[in-house]
Write a protein of this length. Structure first.
Length: 733
């Protein structure tokens, strides 16, 4: 109990918070007036709280104005820096000339004013932007309607609400009531919030859209899949807040999106901190769900919330999808991006080394570096007061465990502007992201005497295309020039020089290594093919000089993980080529389905190396390309009324066109706003037969919704299907 003078403003003094030192957060002791009562004092003369009404028509107004009406959560959810409304019912009418009360928000076990975990909200005549305050909007009977303004930099999380009333004998607080708990989130609609985004279409896309598109495949064959972020689903908000608890992020740091996104980039993976997702890239998923089977983040986050153990398994697009859900759920604008031909630079030297022997054949023992067909990470929108002006906005954050940063597997937030301009000294991990999009591929011959001879440098292979989902559609938006200037421009050269000045190493460059020019060049194309079919690799040689040349060429086809790491070689073929002056020569190599079908990995990804040694000059030409085979799709259709609250039936069909029987087939169906995720297992699907599965559902949200399905089995993965469905509102009777 604390004495407080009877003044509506409390004379500038603050009441101390209740003592929670011996209580759990959800077991707050009841606060009562105790001690010696002044003569003639009668507790009934003073205000006592009967009810704090958070469930009212005002709350619906709150949720609509705060853009939180889509959360499946009965409690009050508001965004910071913006007023909202509550109603308090007392034992008698409020008398401003006599009564003094105020509100208190408390978070954590040991609330302190200076840490922002105990917030006292006084009554004020007028609300002021940027400052906590409560204004009486209406008095009716024993009830008072209040408008509350929150600070735009307050902690994000779930607060416990108390109403404190002054009496001559001390402060009387109402009992702990979980129904009055208030969630306060980031506010991209508030100019004073560090995540403010000034475009309404972008806010709708990057905060409120709960279904997205993730791009995969490779640069020559871009593929898409929908992902259910589900940030508004029941239990998701508590699950996302729990991630910060398990990361042991200090409560005072939960007002800062920089700190939250950095901590979360470590917690999304389970590599060193028992985080959300365990990664697996070895094609063995016996103790969990194959990454390709997930259709969204909801099941993953809810399972982690309930079990407190890492969920199995994830790969880069799964980490990115879950991270996106976390950020959007808390109110931080976020998007998933895909970098095609992404470098994983272990030593930050902007160089990926491909070693060949003296005959021009790739040496798989010496070649340790790899290029990912694609790599997904996230961007989060926020100001960066810790960096110079101009480096706020989109920040690259990555939950996929690749390399450690400050002792943990995490990456970012790295300013995308800093990456583009070569300011790799700026925290956090800008140098690593710079290397992912800017490294060179260096082809070298490893000589028997131990010498290394650089034959060719490809400065354009890495970071060829960087994309994200377009605003308001499922289309692709090219954002490559947000990360890097066009190759060969003065700006691109300056950015590289800036990165070098700040300490990025670059061992071999076109400037530092003199490479003899050749009249002969070589390129090849891989025919687009469906899984299980034969196709051709077409290699074209051109002699642009007046001398005759002969060459010994070698093609190597490898089954590879999408990270570029080879599993095994399935095709090798050598051949001789004669090139007359100013002529070209085309060589076709047939790839039969029997060459690769029994060895395929998750994403049906094939990698081809073609090298050629010119016999007259000993010069070696080298090219590499990846091909992703087309995988059969799932087909979805619906029947019945497409109306909120009415029965509807979803049918999933799959025809097995693969030249073998599929066994232990698992199919997952997801539909945000239509149905919760359901899964069925089928013993087998014979060759050329069709699987049909019908599921009943009752849509609960109107508008354009999306059904998403996936199929996985031991021999076939990354099989997807989706369908857009327009759900109508239910007409009032």
């Amino acid at each position: 109990l604390q004495d407080t003078p009877p003044s509506a403003s409390l004379n500038g003094r603050r009441a101390l918070p209740p003592n929670f030192s011996n209580a759990e957060e959800d077991e707050v002791p009841e606060m009562e007036v105790i001690g010696l009562m002044p003569k003639g004092f009668n507790l009934k003369d003073y205000l006592q709280v009967v009810n704090v009404n958070m469930i009212s028509s005002d709350q619906e107004i709150n949720k609509q104005q705060h853009h939180t009406d889509r959360y499946y959560n009965p409690k009050l959810i508001v965004r910071r820096g913006q007023p909202y409304y509550i109603q308090i019912e007392f034992t008698r009418p409020y008398k401003p000339e006599k009564d003094v009360f105020w509100l208190e928000y408390i978070i954590g076990r040991y609330p302190q004013v200076n840490k922002g975990t105990y917030i006292q909200i006084p009554l004020v005549e007028e609300l002021k932007s940027g400052v906590w305050g409560a204004k009486i909007m209406q008095k009716e009977g024993n009830s008072v309607n209040l408008s509350i303004m929150s600070a735009p930099d307050c902690i994000v999380g779930k607060f416990r609400l108390y109403v404190a009333v002054w009496t001559p004998s001390g402060i009387l607080r109402n009992k702990r009531d979980p129904a009055t708990d208030t969630y306060i989130l980031f506010n991209p609609w508030c100019q004073e919030d560090s995540v403010f985004l000034d475009d309404e279409k972008e806010r709708e896309e990057y905060v409120l859209n709960d279904v997205g598109v993730i791009f995969h495949g490779n640069i020559n064959d871009i593929k898409t899949r929908s992902w259910n972020y589900g940030q508004f689903e029941e239990g998701l908000l508590d699950a996302c807040l729990t991630i910060m608890d398990r990361a042991k992020l200090d409560l005072s740091g939960r007002s800062n999106p920089v700190k939250i996104s950095r901590v979360a980039s470590a917690m999304i993976n389970a590599r060193d901190d028992e985080g959300v997702l365990a990664g697996s890239w070895d094609n063995i998923y016996a103790y969990g769900v194959p990454p390709s089977s997930w259709t969204g983040s909801v099941d993953i986050l809810l399972e982690y919330h309930s079990s407190a153990s890492p969920v199995q398994y994830g790969q880069c697009w799964v980490f990115a999808g879950v991270f996106n859900t976390f950020l959007r759920c808390l109110g931080i604008p976020a998007r998933v991006i895909t970098n095609y031909s992404s470098a994983h630079d272990n030593n930050a030297n902007l160089q990926l080394d491909i070693f060949m022997d003296e005959e021009g054949i790739v040496d798989t023992k010496l070649t340790k570096d790899s290029v990912w067909n694609y790599h997904c990470w996230n961007e989060a929108w926020m100001s960066r007061p810790d960096l110079p002006v101009g480096f706020g906005g989109w920040q690259a954050v990555d939950g996929t465990p690749q390399e450690t940063s400050d002792g943990m597997y995490r990456c970012g937030p790295a300013s995308v502007q800093a990456v583009k301009h070569g300011h790799v000294c700026f925290q956090f991990d800008a140098a690593f992201v710079f290397a992912e999009v800017n490294s060179d591929v260096v082809y070298s011959r490893a000589m028997k005497n131990g010498a290394r001879v650089i034959e060719q440098i490809d400065t354009t292979h890495i970071g060829k295309l960087i994309v994200t989902k377009d605003i308001g559609s499922d289309g692709m938006k090219d954002i490559t020039e947000q990360y890097k200037f066009r190759e060969g421009t003065d700006e691109e050269r300056l950015a590289l020089e800036t990165a070098l000045m700040y300490g990025v190493k670059k061992e071999a460059t076109q400037d530092s290594v003199h490479l003899p020019q050749s009249d002969v060049d070589m390129d090849f194309e891989v025919e687009h093919a469906v899984l299980g079919s034969d196709f051709k690799v077409t290699i074209t040689f051109r002699n642009n000089g007046q001398s005759r040349h002969t060459a010994t060429a070698y093609l190597s086809g490898n089954i590879v993980f999408y990270t570029g790491v080879p599993k095994n070689e399935f095709k090798s073929q050598s051949f001789d080529v004669i090139l007359e002056p100013f002529s070209s020569k085309v060589v076709e190599v047939l790839i039969s389905s029997s060459d690769y079908i029994s060895q395929l990995l998750d994403q049906a990804s094939l990698h081809f190396f073609v090298t050629a040694r010119l016999n007259e000059t000993r010069k070696i030409l080298a090219k590499q390309k990846t091909s992703v085979l087309d995988i059969p799709k799932l087909h979805l259709k619906v029947k019945g009324e497409k109306v909120v609250g009415k029965e509807m039936f979803v049918t999933v069909e799959f025809t097995n066109l693969v030249k073998q029987k599929l066994k232990n087939v698992s199919v997952r169906l997801d539909g945000p706003g239509i149905l919760k995720t359901v899964q069925r297992t089928f013993k087998e699907i014979p060759e050329n037969s069709t699987l049909t599965w019908e599921e009943k559902c009752i849509p609960r949200r109107a508008g354009l919704r999306k059904l998403i399905a996936s199929l996985t089995c031991d021999t076939l993965r990354h099989v997807y299907g989706e369908l857009d469905v327009e759900i109508q509102k239910r007409l009032a009777v």
